[in-house]
Design a protein around this ligand. Structure first.
Ligand code: AHM
Ligand code: MG
Length: 280
């Protein structure tokens, strides 16, 4: 898998430049989810595809920005599901964005994931890689990613990142979130899942939620490109990830672009969600 992480590192350094100096305008294309693609989404997707084409162990790629999966090397053994530039609409307001990668074998169900990585393009460029454990790497002046530390969540955190349109929340979801705030948790939510989850991972824990709502009953975030990779990261960092009732990595999407409600966090906060959701 090292060759895949190396390719992600090369792609990340290239995408960082595109974010800094590229055109932030819209293209004329609409992706599978119905979003008009930004030129930055397309450029990032092309860079990743170019770098993955050089890696013979990658059998196929599935991108949030592509309708279908794409075969790269018939004899490869890995399938990579990725979101090339998550939160790309935040670039024009100069907030942090990211790239997310799920590394799968055999298929793209939750149980097929064998590794995950994400890149944060913020004031600094960082890569987090989850295999047996979760490690943070940072881009240094010489253009190389240097290992910084291993990431481990505490049993309980202090941050509460609450996603989705509040007027569409269920009454019990609102009750749960209100109770968490009443216990002293602080709101942190930029609208980019990569920096928002990265903050929870690095500040020791908390809860990130993107629930089902009346306007998005199956949530917004995509299983193969966003939710499974982060579920893998959180579990390997001694946290947990659920859809409200079930462990995320037990879910089986019926289509590569399927979405799911999702909750990521440290164990105590995830237990609170499970206890409240079990009643409904
Ligand atoms: P994108 O893939 O189109 O960029 O959308 C995904 C983003 C996530 O990064 C973020 O958590 C979520 O959308 C925010 O959505 P909302 O504004 O509805 O809370
Ligand atoms: Mg995304």
């Amino acid at each position: 898998m090292k060759e895949i992480i190396d390719a992600i590192s090369v792609a990340a350094a290239r995408i960082k430049k595109v974010i800094e100096f590229g055109d932030t305008g819209y293209s004329e294309h609409v992706n599978k989810t119905g979003d008009t693609q930004l030129k930055l989404d397309i450029a990032s997707d092309l860079i990743i595809e170019e770098e993955f084409k050089k890696v013979s162990s990658i059998k196929s790629i599935i991108s949030e920005e592509k309708e279908e999966s794409k075969l790269l090397h018939e004899n490869g053994s890995y399938i990579i599901g990725y979101d090339p530039l998550d939160g790309s609409s935040l670039v024009d307001v100069n907030l942090a964005v990211g790239s997310i990668f799920g590394i799968y074998k055999n298929g793209t169900e939750g149980s097929d994931i064998v590794g995950a990585a994400y890149v944060v393009y913020g004031p600094r460029t960082e890569i987090v890689v989850a295999k047996d454990d979760v490690r943070l790497y940072r881009l240094s002046e010489n253009g190389e990613f240097r290992e910084i530390k291993t990431i481990k969540l505490n049993r309980k955190g202090k941050l509460n990142a609450t996603g989705a349109t509040q007027k569409g929340w269920s009454a019990y979801h609102k009750k749960l979130i209100d109770e968490i705030f009443a216990d002293g948790y602080r709101l942190r939510y930029s609208g980019g899942m990569v920096p928002d989850l990265h903050q929870i991972l690095l500040k020791g824990g908390g809860l990130f939620s993107y629930p089902a709502t009346t306007d998005t009953p199956k949530g917004k975030l995509r299983l193969v490109f966003e939710v499974f990779p982060f579920a893998f990261v959180f579990e390997k960092a001694f946290g947990a990830a659920i859809d409200g009732k079930k462990r995320i990595l037990e879910l089986k999407p019926s289509h590569i672009h399927d979405t799911s409600p999702c909750f990521f966090g440290s164990n105590e906060e995830i237990k609170r969600v499970l206890d409240e959701y079990a009643k409904h």
